[in-house]
Design a protein around this ligand. Structure first.
Ligand SMILES: *[C@@H]1O[C@H](CO)[C@@H](O)[C@H](O)[C@H]1NC(C)=O
Length: 439
C-alpha cells in the first residue's frame, strides 16, 4: 500500500514540471517565430511597417528570458544579434544532422549484425575473459533448437515412440533398394538397436517394413518432393533426404542418417562423441586421407617458394552421418537442398562437403558448423575393408561398428559377405571380391 502511494505521489510530482516546461517552451517557440518574422520585416522595411510606442518595446536580454511580446526589429544592433543567433542555430542544426547521420549508420550496422549477434549471445552467454594460456576452448557443441512439433505432428508422435534419448537412425528407401534394405534392418535387429526408422518412399517398402516389424514412416505425398522419391535414382533421393531430414531436426531429434548399403555390427550410439553439429564417416582410407593432411604442391618455377602447402581431407560420406538439431545443422541441410534443387548436375556428397568446409570469402558466406570425422575403423568404408583390413592380420581382428559398402557397385553380395565374415565367422567370406571394381 505504502509503495503504491509513494509511487503515485512520485508520479504526480514528476508529472507537473515537464508540463510546465512544455508550456514554457511552446511560448518560447512562438516568440522565436515572431522574432524571426519581425526580423524579415525589418530587413524588407527598414523604416518600419507600423509605428509602436517606445514604451511597449522590450529588450531581449537573453534567450532564456524571452518574453511574449511583439518586438519590432528596428535597430541594426538587434538585427545583428538575431543574425548571430541564427548562425548559432544553423550550426546547431548542422551538428544535429551530423549526429543523425552517424546514428543512422550505426543503426544500419547494428541491424546487419543483429542476427549474428543474437546467435552469438545464445552461444556464448555472458561475455567472459579469456583465461590463462592453454585453458581456453572454443565452442563446438552448439545448443539444440527448441523442438517445434507443429512442423509435423504426426511424425512427432511417431518419433516419440521410436527414438531413444531423442536419437534415431533414419534411412530413406524405395523399391529399388529392397534387397539391401532387408540386409540393413536384419543387421540392426541382430544387434538389438531399437531406435531406427525407415522413411518409405513407396507402398512396397512400407508393406515390407510393416510385415517385418520395422518402424516405418510413410510421408503423405506432397508437392513434387515425393515423386522424386518414388521414381528417382540415387542422386535424386539424396536431395530429397536433406529436405526430409530438416523436419526431424526441427522436431528436436539428433539423426544418424544412414544409407541402405550399410551393415550394423554394433550399436553406433555407443560410439558417438556428440560434440559437433555433424559427425560423419569418411571416404578416406588412412590417417592422412580420413583426418586431414598438409598436401604440398610443388611449383618449381617459383624457386625458393616452390612449395605451396594445401589442406586436404577426403570427403565426409553423406550417406552416413550423425547430425545434431542445431541452427548450423539446419542451415547446412537448407543450403545443400537449395543447391541440389537449383543445379541438376550437383552431386549431393560434393555439395554437402563444400558447404561444410569452404570458408567465407568475397561474395560467399561460409557455413560455420562444427564437424568431426568418425573413426575410420569403427565406421568403416568398403575401401578400407577390402583393401586394408581383410589383408592385415591385426586389422582383421577389429570389429567395426558399421561397414558401409560405398566404394563398390556390387553392394548386395558384398553386404552379405560382410555379414558372413563378421557375424557368422566365415574367415574367407571377403576373399572372392576384387579390391576395386571394373571401370
Ligand atoms: C594412425 O593414427 C593412430 C592414432 O593417432 C595411430 O595409433 C596409428 O598408428 C596411425 N596409423 C598409421 C599407419 O600411422
Amino acid at each position: 500500500m505504502v509503495v503504491t502511494m509513494m509511487g503515485r505521489r512520485e508520479g504526480s510530482l514528476l508529472r507537473s514540471p515537464p508540463s510546465t516546461a512544455m508550456r514554457g517552451s511552446r511560448i518560447a517557440i512562438a516568440v522565436a517565430i515572431g522574432v524571426f518574422f519581425g526580423c524579415i520585416f525589418a530587413l524588407l522595411f527598414p523604416n518600419g511597417l507600423f509605428r509602436f510606442d517606445s514604451s511597449q518595446e522590450h529588450r531581449i536580454t537573453s534567450r532564456s528570458s524571452r518574453v511574449a511580446n511583439s518586438s519590432p526589429c528596428e535597430s541594426p544592433e538587434r538585427i545583428n544579434m538575431l543574425k548571430s543567433e541564427m548562425v548559432t542555430l544553423s550550426q546547431k542544426n548542422a551538428e544535429l544532422k551530423k549526429q543523425i547521420r552517424e546514428l543512422t549508420s550505426k543503426l544500419h550496422l547494428a541491424e546487419q549484425g543483429t542476427d549474428q549477434a543474437q546467435k552469438q549471445v545464445l552461444l556464448l552467454g555472458e561475455q567472459r575473459k579469456a583465461g590463462p594460456f592453454g585453458t581456453v576452448k572454443g565452442l563446438r557443441t552448439n545448443p539444440t533448437v527448441l523442438p517445434d512439433e507443429s512442423v509435423n505432428p504426426m511424425l512427432a508422435k511417431l518419433l516419440e515412440k521410436v527414438a531413444v534419448q531423442k536419437e534415431l537412425i533414419v534411412c530413406l528407401a524405395n523399391r529399388n533398394v529392397k534387397n539391401m534394405l532387408e540386409v540393413w534392418f536384419e543387421s540392426l535387429k541382430r544387434v538389438r538397436i531399437p531406435n531406427y526408422l525407415v522413411v518409405a518412399l513407396d507402398d512396397e517398402i512400407e508393406a515390407l517394413c510393416k510385415s517385418n516389424d520395422v518402424p516405418v514412416y510413410r510421408r503423405k505425398p506432397e508437392e513434387g518432393i515425393d515423386s522424386i522419391g518414388r521414381t528417382g535414382g540415387n542422386h535424386a533421393i539424396s536431395g530429397l533426404k536433406f529436405r526430409i531430414l530438416r523436419e526431424f531436426l526441427q522436431l528436436g531429434y539428433s539423426i544418424l542418417l544412414s544409407d541402405v548399403d550399410i551393415v550394423y555390427l554394433q550399436n553406433p550410439f555407443e560410439h558417438l562423441y556428440r560434440d559437433s553439429d555433424v559427425e560423419s564417416m569418411s571416404d578416406g582410407h588412412d590417417n592422412f586421407t580420413a583426418y586431414g593432411y598438409n598436401d604440398v604442391f610443388d611449383d618449381a618455377k617459383m624457386g625458393w617458394a616452390r612449395f605451396a602447402h594445401t589442406m586436404r581431407i577426403w570427403v565426409f560420406n553423406s550417406g552416413f552421418f550423425y547430425i545434431r538439431p542445431t541452427i548450423p545443422s539446419i542451415e547446412l541441410l537448407d543450403r545443400v537442398a537449395t543447391r541440389l534443387a537449383t543445379d541438376s548436375k550437383a552431386w549431393d556428397q560434393a555439395v554437402f562437403n563444400e558447404e561444410l568446409f569452404y570458408p567465407s570469402h568475397p561474395g560467399y558466406e561460409g557455413l560455420h558448423a562444427s564437424k568431426r570425422t568418425m573413426d575410420m575403423f569403427e565406421f568403416m568404408n568398403s575401401k578400407v575393408l577390402f583393401r586394408t583390413v581383410r589383408n592385415n592380420e591385426n586389422y582383421r581382428k577389429l570389429k567395426p561398428v558399421i561397414v558401409h559398402v560405398n566404394y563398390h557397385p556390387d553392394k548386395f553380395p558384398r553386404m552379405k559377405a560382410v555379414v558372413e565374415f563378421y557375424v557368422n565367422g566365415k574367415k574367407d567370406a571377403l576373399q572372392p571380391f576384387p579390391e576395386g571394381s571394373a571401370w
